[in-house]
Design a protein around this ligand. Structure first.
Ligand code: FES
Length: 157
């Protein structure tokens, strides 16, 4: 798993300038979180009390919203996002084994990032390509009919 990266002073300065545009606008929490993540690719935990102060909320409220929505990340992710489909069709055709092999090749568990920040691993429900099951998605590319040989060739370094 990747070592915990901390937000730099420059990152927090950018966060502060985004917050300044939303001061005391409690309704704007979600757009604000999207904007911070759009700039930094994640929401640094150090930013949470700043966001709360800026909008007039409690840190626990900000944290609650971040935890509720799966599209928000509080740690930097890898350059490549690998998603293993665990929908029904993929499950029936061996998604469990595919996930196990991908974990072995990357040396990480689900929702973790490799130490070099090359890859993050996630699972998804159906991606709508059941005819190609089992599927994995790397960034925006769908790789269908996965098997151990294909997994090995994709993740060979
Ligand atoms: S279940 Fe995997 S694509 Fe539909």
């Amino acid at each position: 798993m990747a070592e915990k990266k901390r937000a730099t002073k420059a990152d927090l300065k950018r966060v502060d300038s985004i917050i300044a545009d939303y001061r005391e606008q409690r309704w704007a929490l979600i757009p604000l979180l999207h904007e911070i993540q759009g700039v930094l690719d994640y929401i640094p935990p150090e930013a949470i009390p700043r966001i709360a102060r800026g909008l007039g909320l409690f840190s626990s409220q900000v944290q609650g919203v971040i935890s509720f929505y799966t599209q928000f990340y509080t740690a930097p992710r890898g350059k490549n996002i690998v998603r293993v489909c665990r929908g029904t069709a993929c499950h029936v055709r061996g998604a469990k084994t595919i996930l196990k092999l991908v974990k072995q090749h990357l040396g990480i568990e689900e929702n973790e990032t490799t130490p070099d920040y090359d890859y993050s691993l996630e699972t998804v429900a159906c991606i709508g390509c059941c005819a190609l099951a089992p599927n994995i998605v790397i960034n925006r590319n769908i790789h269908g009919h996965m098997n151990p040989k294909k997994i090995a060739s994709i993740f060979r370094h």
